[in-house]
Write a protein that binds this ligand. Structure first.
Ligand code: MD3
Ligand code: FE
Length: 216
């Protein structure tokens, strides 16, 4: 018989604090990753991933889609949340059950009870794609946390201060990691460095990031 020598050992603590109000839950969704990826496939079959235009006239390097009651969009007229997909004019697809559950569980683990996101932004990064330092401030209530889920290739997350000129801290985010941002961290500048080429067994040559927000 094969015995598991580690069966009785406690799991190492996998919760890391980046700064006040920002908690990394390492591997929090490892067991639900394939289910989450099926959810991404379902949503993007209906609301395809697309590279949106910034108000400044640039094309974002990450491809995006959304699900839930509200979706985040950007075009020549600005950034905003809206209930319909501009590509189809139809409401965004509903959040898959596993998305809503993961968001609630992660918020709870970080001390935010009753988090009920109305928006989930799906970002897909291919090698070379990045997101420059920015703040998330298109939501109504900054008391609500944001939950982010990383799937596929690892990417370096940059966590800055409340002013753009503050030097950011680099935090690599790997497949299955979840970060909860709330309280004093909610309005910090953040971004991700260019994705390096690689292959992940479940996603191939890309990283997905899900961000759950309460927009309205
Ligand atoms: C910190 N996405 O979609 S997720 C975004 O990896 C975004 O796709 C990055 O920034 C990504 O807006 C980072 C982590 C994240 C999301 C929202 C935050 C960190 C945050 C809001 C406030 C502070
Ligand atoms: Fe952001």
């Amino acid at each position: 018989m094969t015995q598991d020598l580690f069966a009785d050992l406690p799991e190492e603590p996998r919760t890391e604090t980046i700064t006040d109000g920002a908690l990394v839950l390492r591997g929090f969704v490892s067991e639900r990753a394939e289910e989450l990826l099926r959810g991404i496939q379902q949503v993007t079959n209906v609301a395809p991933l697309r590279k949106m235009q910034t108000p400044g006239g640039h094309t974002m390097s990450a491809a995006m889609s959304c699900c839930g009651k509200q979706g985040w969009v950007t075009d020549a007229t600005g950034y905003r949340y809206q209930a319909s997909d501009p590509l189809s004019g139809q409401p965004w697809p509903a959040m898959p059950e596993v998305f809503a559950q993961v968001a609630k569980d992660a918020a709870e683990a970080a001390g935010f009870s009753n988090f009920e996101p109305d928006a989930c932004l799906i970002n897909q990064y291919e090698p070379g794609a990045k997101m420059g330092l920015h703040q998330d401030k298109d939501e109504l209530d900054y008391e609500q946390p944001i939950v982010s889920v990383s799937l596929g290739l690892s990417q370096v997350f940059q966590f800055g201060g409340l002013k753009r000129n503050e030097r950011p801290v680099n935090v690599p985010l790997a497949h299955g990691d979840v970060v909860v941002w709330g309280g004093p961290s909610r309005l910090r500048y953040h971004g991700v460095l260019r994705l390096k080429a690689g292959e992940h067994p479940l996603t191939g040559a890309c990283r997905y990031n899900l961000t759950f927000r309460r927009a309205r």
